[in-house]
Design a protein around this ligand. Structure first.
Ligand code: NAG
Ligand code: NAG
Ligand code: NAG
Length: 297
């Protein structure tokens, strides 16, 4: 059916179209809502219909942000009855049915976030149901992160400090700091949005101390800690000990040698002296007569 002509004719034409097709019109008073996890939120959905409400049908569905391709039913109003999704029983309810299709969601969870769709049909009005959509964001403070370390804590080794946070909307910012002796920020490698690590290479005792991972979003901050103790190289103390032992044993050997040399020297001298004395004796004995002779001569 074509609508042409003056404005009055067009208006009449539009009205008759509306009445003929009788489509329910749905308006969402918000297209985006935010709620803090645990709080309640009202999802608004208003509709306009020309027919009595005796056969009103309302279906709310949710396409979660985490899984947008598989929408689930949230709550249904049909033949005067309310049917809730069993997983939401006690948390979801209509406000002002049948005049309004608004619902309340209590004790919200992160998994409630997604695109909500309100579909209203009111037979005998014909045509497609009126549809409205809104996006619900559920904000949550960061959960307690998990701090881990891995690697070799001997001097010269390398250690990786890693931090993981399970939850937080908006996505928490992560940072690593060394707290002692003064607080310094460390360069962090993000492995996805919720996990970040710090590499410490060629470590020395200066890397010992307390390290903190902080995860922060607009709702809060959570911390976890790693207390790193760098061991003085176990290889170096035996080294020193060995050195000391070696020096000691070498000194002993030298001493022994010295004693030996001295003893040899002494005994050699003694023998020489004894031999010399014997010779002298022989000489004396040998030459004494001649000496005596000579002295007599
Ligand atoms: C939601 O919470 C409000 C206030 O605590 C309460 O009055 C209402 O009954 C609750 N609705 C559902 C569906 O649990
Ligand atoms: C490791 O650290 C020591 C002392 O700080 C330094 O002498 C050495 O060159 C470093 N080695 C490497 C591979 O960086
Ligand atoms: C870290 O560990 C060292 C040695 O184990 C200890 O003396 C120190 O008190 C610890 N620091 C903290 C903050 O736990």
């Amino acid at each position: 059916m074509g609508c042409a002509g003056g404005w009055l004719l067009q208006a009449v034409c539009l009205l008759s179209t509306l009445l003929d097709y009788g489509a329910v019109r749905v308006t969402m008073r918000h297209s985006n809502l935010e709620v803090v996890q645990g709080d309640s939120v009202t999802l608004p959905c208003s509709f306009f219909t020309m027919s009595p409400l005796s056969r009103l049908n309302i279906i709310w569905t949710l396409a979660p942000f985490s899984n947008p391709d598989s929408p689930t039913q949230v709550i249904v109003f049909d033949h005067g009855q309310v049917i809730e999704n069993p997983s939401l029983t006690g948390r979801v309810g209509f406000l002002g049915i049948p005049w309004s299709a608004d619902i309340i969601l209590n004790n919200t969870r992160i998994s409630d976030a997604g695109t909500y769709r309100c579909m209203v049909s009111n037979p005998p009005e014909t045509g497609d149901p009126g549809i409205g959509e809104l996006a619900l964001n559920v904000l949550a403070p960061p959960s307690l992160p998990l701090c881990l370390w891995d690697g070799v804590t001997d001097t010269g080794g390398s250690v990786a400090l890693s931090c993981m946070v399970a939850e937080g909307v908006p996505t928490p910012e992560m940072r690593w700091d060394k707290l002692e002796p003064e607080e310094i920020s460390l360069p962090i490698n993000m492995d996805g949005d919720l996990s970040g690590s710090v590499q410490i290479v060629n470590i020395s005792s200066q890397n010992s101390g307390l390290y903190r991972c902080s995860v922060t979003n607009l709702l809060g901050t959570q911390n976890c800690y790693v207390n790193l103790s760098i061991y003085s190289p176990p290889a170096s103390s035996p080294g020193i000990l060995q050195g000391v032992l070696l020096t000691l044993s070498m000194a002993l050997v030298l001493l022994a040698l010295l004693v030996l040399v001295l003893w040899l020297h002494r005994s050699g001298q003694k023998r020489k002296w004894t031999e010399g004395k014997e010779e002298e004796c022989y000489n004396e004995i040998r030459y004494t007569p001649s000496l005596i002779k000579r002295s007599f001569v």
